[in-house]
Write a protein that binds this ligand. Structure first.
Ligand code: CP
Length: 382
């Protein structure tokens, strides 16, 4: 029974009287109670006031979660990459994130359901967006967060990564989020620990939560992914974001064009079904979304471009090159951006054409969705 229905019964009033006091129809009240709709902020405020705070937004979100048929499609204990995910699993993660955004916009609340759970952030590479959004996502779910300070940890005394992971595992966290420069590190840890492992970026291999948040941004703006033409441009060779996005977008039915100079194009990506171009004029033809990548110098061994100025001239996105795409094409970038290298500074700030900050906002919801899925899956196995 919905908590509000129980409150109605306990207080010996009827749905009709409650609806009348909230100044809404009985049909609207029924939709809230069945989980089909979540009350708008002004109605929610009236409900909180009328019930002396006994009923709050959390009561409505729980009903909504249980009703979402796709919520349980993702049944894995870990999120290590996009490689093995089915369309239904990706949709499950995106759908829950969409619900979370709706809930957060009504009134962000700290969830009580996950109180007592712990998430450890283990970042061996620099990060602003991913690390902070995992911390914020966990805190919004009421989960305790430990940010391991690698530079002051026993790794500096020679402890191996596996021994560090086993030590953390002995403290029984629920989720371990790892970023590492070596491809495959999250997979290695997932075989050794009892908790859920989330890949926050491994070398130039995968960055699954980035691809998921990008997909969410596209789906929210374009109302679909299937049938869209999406170009990924720049340093494809060193990009884990590109690899995860190619796999996800093709799985979801999009056409993917890759645009890069030959020195920055990776081999084998056409095997996934991506089309390869080395110029914007052909690569952006009829494109709906243009994803730009930065030059990932931290993973380069040697010189791949003549100069940043030369690179911008041929491969930096500006309004002239963007005009080759559809007139309503949107620009995305996973960040951090290097202005004047891979993207024109003025274009990067144009909120009518770029989704850069929206991507960051959606990253919190996607990470909340992934954490919730993994914790629920692990709980069901106990
Ligand atoms: N997009 C991304 O992974 O950004 P950070 O390196 O700041 O986490």
């Amino acid at each position: 029974m919905h908590a509000l229905d129980k409150w109605i019964k306990d207080n010996s009033i009827s749905r009709k009287i409650l609806a009348s006091n909230l100044n809404i129809s009985i049909a609207s009240l029924s939709r809230y109670l069945s989980g089909d709709r979540i009350p708008k902020q002004e109605i929610m405020e009236k409900i909180i006031s009328y019930t002396d705070g006994k009923i709050n937004p959390t009561n409505f979100y729980i009903v909504k979660n249980n009703k979402n048929n796709n919520f349980s499609e993702y049944r894995k204990d870990h999120l290590l990459g996009i490689e093995d995910l089915k369309e239904s699993e990706i949709s499950s993660l995106l759908n829950r994130a969409d619900d979370i955004i709706r809930e957060n916009r009504i009134q962000p609340t700290v969830n009580q359901k996950y109180r007592g759970k712990t998430l450890v952030n283990l970042f061996f590479e620099d990060s602003t967006r991913t690390k902070t959004s995992f911390e914020l996502a966990a805190k919004r779910l009421g989960i305790d967060v430990i940010n391991m300070q690698i530079e002051t940890s026993s790794i500096r005394k020679g402890e191996s990564l596996l021994d560090t992971a086993m030590t953390l595992n002995a403290m029984q966290p629920d989720i371990l989020v790892i970023r590492h420069s070596l491809s495959g590190t999250p997979h290695l840890l997932a075989n050794k620990v009892n908790c859920g492992v989330i890949n926050a970026g491994d070398g130039q291999h995968e960055h699954p939560t980035q691809a998921l948040l990008d997909a969410l941004a596209i789906r929210r703006r374009k109302k679909r992914i299937k049938g869209l033409k999406i170009a990924i441009c720049g340093d494809i060779a060193h990009s884990r974001v590109a690899r995860s996005n190619i796999k996800l977008l093709i799985t979801m039915g999009a056409t993917v064009n890759l645009i890069a100079p030959s020195t920055l194009m990776a081999e084998g990506l056409s095997d996934y079904g991506a089309n390869i171009f080395n110029n914007f004029k052909e690569g952006l033809n009829e494109v709906d979304i243009v994803m730009i990548l930065r030059l990932q110098k931290e993973r380069m061994q040697g010189s791949y471009i003549p100069s940043a100025k030369e690179y911008f001239k041929f491969y930096g996105l500006d309004r002239e090159k963007l005009s080759f795409a559809k007139s309503d094409a949107l620009v995305m970038h996973p960040g951090p951006i290097n202005r004047g290298v891979e993207i024109d500074s003025e274009l990067a700030d144009d909120i009518n054409r770029t989704l850069i900050l929206e991507q960051v906002e959606l990253g919190v919801a996607i990470r909340m969705s992934v954490i919730e899925h993994l914790i629920n899956n692990l709980e069901h196995k106990k």
